[in-house]
Design a binder for this molecule. Structure first.
Ligand code: COA
Length: 247
């Protein structure tokens, strides 16, 4: 049991393309009691007015500099989609600074359909709407999909293109064996953008990695099934840090 003077373990969330830290609201609410939760806004997203960064290594350097700036010792890093690539890059380049890795709707390679990029150049609004519709399981309500599209429209076309270019050039398929952190991959069973196959590849390639497939969820699994998602993450963290949630 954690002592009176114990410090909460740090849990850092990294959002996906066209998103912001606000996408982790359900997780921030659930995990904040036991963990020190930080949901970063990448440059050009949410409240971060910085210039967009169009490579995963560049984004990873931004996140590690935030981790150091905020004095977050040995955080668990959880990333979604674009954020999953950043988390994987951090696990490869800065493992000594982290304590665990959570890959949500992710993959070791994240090629983007060329038509999505072209759509953003020609009709930003329509492309965002189409991306939002693909991001959810078939049963998702229109209101939820529309809300996601509204949030994504707040991110400029320039930033969204930078996000997609970063994904498109990301490939660590051959490097997964070098990841030595406790790892959990979580994916929605109906994820069309990063299919379950991508997470199975992560489980097979990262030594000791765990995989949770969440039913009735698509690419936005953490907001589509927050209860199941949080339970899966909580279980992994409890098993990984059995002596408690504090350092
Ligand atoms: N993990 C495991 N397998 C992967 C993978 C990953 N991260 N990425 C690709 N693969 C597999 C593919 O499934 C494919 O397997 P197959 O030959 O058995 O069918 C093979 O590797 C080749 O894939 P890829 O190089 O991506 O070329 P592709 O022509 O199959 O696909 C796209 C290109 C863009 C059509 C495809 O990646 C796609 O549909 N992406 C989803 C839509 C999207 O844009 N998502 C955004 C991600 S942020």
């Amino acid at each position: 049991m954690a002592g009176a003077c114990s410090i909460k373990r740090n849990l850092v969330f990294i959002h996906g393309s066209g998103g912001s830290g606000a996408l982790w609201a359900y997780q921030a609410q659930y995990f904040s009691q036991a963990y020190h939760v930080v949901a970063v806004d990448l440059p050009g997203h949410g409240r971060n007015r910085g210039e967009p960064i169009n490579t995963i290594p560049g984004l990873a350097e931004f996140v590690i500099s935030e981790i150091l700036r905020l004095g977050l010792a040995s955080p668990i890093v959880a990333g979604h989609s674009l954020g999953s690539a950043i988390a994987l890059q951090l696990a490869l380049d800065h493992a000594e600074a982290l304590s665990a890795l959570v890959v949500v709707g992710g993959g070791a390679r994240l090629k983007v359909l060329p038509s999505i990029r072209e759509g953003i150049l020609t009709n930003h609004d329509a492309a965002v709407e189409s991306m939002a519709s693909y991001a959810f399981a078939k049963g998702a309500s229109k209101a939820v999909v529309d809300r996601a599209a509204t949030e994504m429209r707040k991110v400029s076309a320039e930033t969204l293109l930078a996000d997609l270019d970063a994904c498109n050039n990301f490939d660590v398929m051959q490097r997964l064996g070098g990841i030595q952190l406790p790892t959990l991959a979580i994916v929605g069973q109906e994820d069309f953008m990063t299919p379950v196959k991508y997470s199975e590849f992560l489980k097979a390639g990262i030594p000791g990695a765990n995989l949770e497939v969440i039913p009735n969820a698509g690419h936005m699994v953490m907001i589509e099934q927050p209860y199941l998602f949080n339970a899966a993450l909580d279980k992994f963290l409890s098993l990984t840090f059995p002596r408690g949630r504090s350092e």
